[in-house]
Write a protein that binds this ligand. Structure first.
Ligand SMILES: Nc1ncnc2c1ncn2[C@@H]1O[C@H](COP(=O)(O)OP(=O)(O)OP(=O)(O)O)[C@@H](O)[C@H]1O
Ligand SMILES: CC(C)(CO)[C@@H](O)C(=O)[O-]
Ligand code: BAL
Length: 280
C-alpha cells in the first residue's frame, strides 16, 4: 500500500494503471475509520481492480463554530486498517494541491435546490464545501467508481446530482448504514459521546423504525408523524433539529406515501450533532 500526498505522484500512478487497463474505485473519507468506512472499502474492492481511499478533513465544509480543530485524526490506525483490506493507495492530499489559491479564492461547486434544506439549513455552505472537495477529488483521481455511505444520505444525493449536472464520467454507489448493536449509526462523531449517551442516542434509529412502520401501516398524516416522532426523541433528552419525511430522489417534502421515501433526522445530544435516516 502506498501513501500519496502529491498530485503529480498520484497522476503518475493513475496513468500507469490506465495503460494497464485497470479500473479504479475511490472512497472519500475524513479518516478516523470505523467499520462503516471499511464496508465502503469492501464495496470498492468488489467494483474495481484498484482502490484509492482519500483521507482529508476538509476545512471548507466546516462552519466557524464547528468541530474542525477537534475532529479526530488517527492516520496510523487508519493506515493499518486499510492495509489489511488490501487498499492500493491512501491519498492524503496536501492543502497546496487542494486549495492552491487558498480557501477564499477557490472555484466553487454549488448544487442548488438540495443544498440549503435539512442539514444545509443549519450548516450554511456545508454542501458547497462537500461538492467542491468531492469534485476536486474526482478530477484528481479520475475513478470509474466512487463509494459513499447512505448514513450521510443528503450528501449522497448532492453528489449524485453534481455528477449528473456536471456530466462527470463515473458511477456513484451508496452503501447501507453500518450500526452499533443498539441501532445507533456508526459515526466518527460518536467518539464524542459517553457510553450512557450512546445508549440514549439509539432512540433516533428506534424512532425512525417506528415511523417507517406507521407509514407501512398506511398512516398518511406525515406532518403529524413528524411531530410525534420529534416529541419522542426530544423527551429522551436530545435536541431535535429536524425529523422529516421526504421524497427520496430530491429530498423535497413528501406529499403522499406512494412515492419512494426517506425519513431523515438530525438531533444534538449535548454538543454532539447526530444524523440518521431510513429508506421506506
Ligand atoms: N455508519 C456508516 N455506515 C456506512 N457509511 C458510513 C457510515 N459512517 C460514515 N459513512 C460514510 O463514510 C464516508 C466518510 O464519512 P466520514 O469520514 O465523514 O465519517 P463519519 O463517520 O460520517 O464521520 P462524521 O462523524 O464526520 O459524520 C461517507 O461516505 C459516509 O457516508
Ligand atoms: C465526502 C467527504 C469525504 C468530503 O469531505 C466528507 O463529507 C465525508 O467524510 O463524508
Ligand atoms: N460525514 C459528513 C461530513 C461532515 O459532517 O462534515
Amino acid at each position: 500500500m502506498q501513501q500519496i500526498s502529491n498530485l503529480d505522484e498520484l497522476r503518475k500512478v493513475r496513468q500507469e494503471w490506465r495503460q494497464q487497463g485497470l479500473s479504479v474505485a475511490l472512497v472519500p473519507t475524513m479518516g478516523n475509520l470505523h467499520s462503516g468506512h471499511l464496508k465502503l472499502v469492501k464495496k470498492a474492492r468488489e467494483l474495481a481492480d484498484r482502490v484509492i481511499v482519500s483521507i482529508y478533513v476538509n476545512p471548507m465544509q466546516f462552519a466557524a463554530n464547528e468541530d474542525l480543530d477537534n475532529y479526530p485524526r488517527t492516520l496510523v490506525e487508519d493506515m493499518r486498517a486499510l492495509q489489511e483490506l488490501g487498499v492500493e493507495v491512501v491519498l492524503t492530499p496536501n492543502n497546496q494541491d487542494i486549495y492552491p489559491r487558498g480557501l477564499k479564492q477557490q472555484t466553487l461547486v454549488e448544487v442548488p435546490g438540495i443544498s440549503d434544506i435539512l442539514c444545509g439549513a443549519s450548516r450554511k455552505g456545508h454542501f458547497r464545501g462537500v461538492a467542491t472537495i468531492v469534485c476536486k477529488l474526482f478530477n484528481m483521481v479520475q475513478p470509474e467508481h466512487a463509494v459513499f455511505g447512505e448514513k450521510d444520505f443528503q450528501q449522497l444525493q448532492v453528489i449524485r446530482l453534481m455528477v449528473q449536472d456536471l456530466s462527470i464520467p463515473l458511477i456513484v454507489h451508496g452503501v447501507a448504514t453500518e450500526r452499533e448493536a443498539n441501532g445507533l449509526a456508526k459515526s466518527s462523531r460518536n467518539g464524542y459521546l459517553t457510553e450512557q449517551q450512546k445508549q440514549t442516542a439509539a432512540v433516533i434509529y428506534q424512532q425512525l423504525q417506528r415511523t417507517a412502520q406507521q407509514i407501512r401501516q398506511g398512516k398518511n398524516n406525515l406532518h403529524q408523524l413528524e411531530a410525534d416522532a420529534s416529541k419522542v426523541i426530544q423527551s429522551a433528552g436530545l435536541n431535535v433539529e429536524y425529523f422529516s419525511i421526504r421524497r427520496r430522489e430530491d429530498l423535497q417534502p413528501a406529499e403522499n406515501i406512494q412515492t419512494e421515501l426517506v425519513i431523515l433526522a438530525a438531533a444534538k445530544l449535548g454538543n454532539t450533532r447526530l444524523i440518521d435516516n431510513l429508506l421506506c
